[in-house]
Design a protein around this ligand. Sequence first.
Ligand SMILES: Nc1ncnc2c1ncn2[C@@H]1O[C@H](COP(=O)(O)OP(=O)(O)O)[C@@H](O)[C@H]1O
Ligand SMILES: [Mg+2]
Length: 386
Amino acid sequence: MELLILGGGQLALMLCWAVQRLPTVIKYVDAESAPASRCAELAVDPYAEIENSDVVTFEFENVDFDLATYAEKLGKLKPKLDYLRIKRSRIWEREFFKSLGVPTVRWRVANGGFEALEIAREWGKAVVKIPTGGYDGRGQYIYPRESELIERLTGSLLVEEYVNIEREFSIVAVRGEDGDVYFYPPAQNYYVDGILVWNIAPVDAPPEAYDYVYKILEWGKYVGIIAVEFFQTKNGVLINEIAPRVHNTGHWTLETDASQFENHVRAVLGLPIKEPKVLKPTAMVNILGRRFDELPVGELEKVGKIYWYNKTEVKPRRKMGHVNIVGNTSREVFEEVRKTLTLIYGREFARLVLKHTTTRQSENSRNFPQSAHSSVSNAGGNRQIA
Ligand SMILES: Nc1ncnc2c1ncn2[C@@H]1O[C@H](COP(=O)(O)OP(=O)(O)O)[C@@H](O)[C@H]1O
Ligand SMILES: [Mg+2]
């Protein structure tokens, strides 16, 4: 079997790592030096490779839509193009939720920044999102703090009421070709400035959250792993967004016997899905904007398991790797998370992140600690799953 992955970042790399024991050739479409090159073969001619491969999947929403469309035309794209299409615009995604009757924050479409500001003023507090291309909090502006930036925006904009979030959690689920659906236990996610810093599983989620995930999967007969992000608010659970792919909030599943990566590949190749079982409380801490040789690797390894993505360049906030931490109790894991955050980012940032464990996190800080050596080439370690 040949599986072609559109994209070659850390998610493609981990998909490849997870299935090295399966009788599958994995190729990827991206730059020659992309993280996936450590494990998979580069597809030099992507169109020819789509024709040659048995199944085509994608690691990210912002992949080449024409390639995905071609794969769909040949009946090889999993999950289906419909899900990728929804993700091409945050506005379409909101309309999709509306059509399914799944609750979201209040939203409206504005034509240009001026109109966005008018709506924002009416609501008091809002976040204005550029519909395309954003991730990890990019392309989002908070009203009133960033009014000047909002005013300059053009085109269609998504304006959302800025809600008070009690906590954020996500559910990773997998659906097979035969319609079997498995849910991983929910994870609670902690963000700073819109980017995930750490999370912990398992946590509870209200039953309706699972219903929403199920509805989304059944809508287009989804195949593969999906991640759905939720806000818990005083008015109940609201859906934030979907990721029709493996997802950062599911990296903790690498410590179970059925990771999201393995199950995604199993699902899209039509192999039996492994029932996800969580053995122990597990946390994941992202390594953002750090070079390998500036990390206290020895000390980190005493606390958890390092996964390193081998990106050639370090940039502030860029996802360079992550640490997974398993413990006997969530209290114990929480203490290890504190240690890990301190080792990676320093005491002050660790305190800041952990202080805001139950509030809206994106607002915590505008001074995300940055590498002293950003943009320096990132030679060094090659950590991966044993
Ligand atoms: N309407 C909102 N109200 C409050 N916080 C929000 C809102 N929208 C987004 N956020 C915060 O910003 C984070 C990133 O936003 P999200 O829409 O998920 O974009 P991205 O695609 O960058 O992940 C969320 O996880 C949440 O912390
Ligand atoms: Mg998000």
